[in-house]
Design a protein around this ligand. Structure first.
Ligand SMILES: [Zn+2]
Length: 153
C-alpha cells in the first residue's frame, strides 16, 4: 500500500471507492444518496496524487456496502473505480466495475414527454452506449452529466 492510499485513514467496516476520476467524488456521493443528513460517517479525498491516474478521488463510507444498482451507475461516471469492501479494517472483497448493458430504474429521462415521466409507474430503462445512455422508451440519448439524472433513492 502506498503513502497515497494511506492519506485517508482506515475504516473498521464499510466500502472504499478508490480510483474515482478526479472531480467525480461529489457525484459519487449523490449516487449513494449521501447528503450528510443520514448520519453515515464518510471520508472524501479529492485530487489525490495517483501513479495510475495522475490525480484521483476516493470515497470511504463506513458501515455500508453498495447495492448492484448503485454499482451499475457508478460504473457510468467512474469506470476506473475499484470498490473495496472492508471488514475488520481489511479489504475483504475487491470489485472492479464493468459497464452494464443497461441500467434499470436508476436514471430519470430528461424528455418530459417520455412515458417514464408520466404518472404511470413505468420503470426507466436505458441502454448503455459507448459514450452515454439511451432511453429505451423514447430514444433520448444522455451523454453528459449523467449524475444529474440519477434517480436512486
Ligand atoms: Zn425517455
Amino acid at each position: 500500500m502506498s503513502d497515497h492510499q494511506l492519506r485517508v485513514s482506515k475504516i473498521p467496516r464499510g466500502t472504499v471507492i478508490d480510483h474515482i476520476r478526479a472531480g467525480q467524488a461529489l457525484n459519487v456521493l449523490a449516487i449513494l444518496g449521501i447528503d450528510g443528513e443520514s448520519g453515515e460517517t464518510v471520508s472524501v479525498g479529492m485530487n489525490i496524487p495517483s501513479d495510475r491516474m495522475g490525480h484521483k478521488d476516493i470515497v470511504k463510507v463506513e458501515d455500508r456496502e453498495l447495492s448492484q444498482d448503485e454499482v451499475d451507475v457508478l460504473s457510468l461516471i467512474a469506470p476506473e473505480a475499484t470498490i473495496n469492501i472492508i471488514r475488520e479494517y481489511e479489504v475483504a472483497e475487491k470489485q472492479y466495475l464493468e459497464r452494464p448493458e443497461r441500467v434499470v430504474g436508476v436514471l430519470s429521462c430528461p424528455n418530459h414527454n417520455c412515458i417514464t415521466n408520466a404518472d404511470e409507474p413505468v420503470e426507466t430503462k436505458f441502454d448503455v452506449l459507448d459514450d452515454g445512455v439511451r432511453c429505451e422508451y423514447c430514444d433520448t440519448i444522455v451523454r453528459e452529466d449523467l449524475a444529474a439524472h440519477i434517480a436512486v433513492e
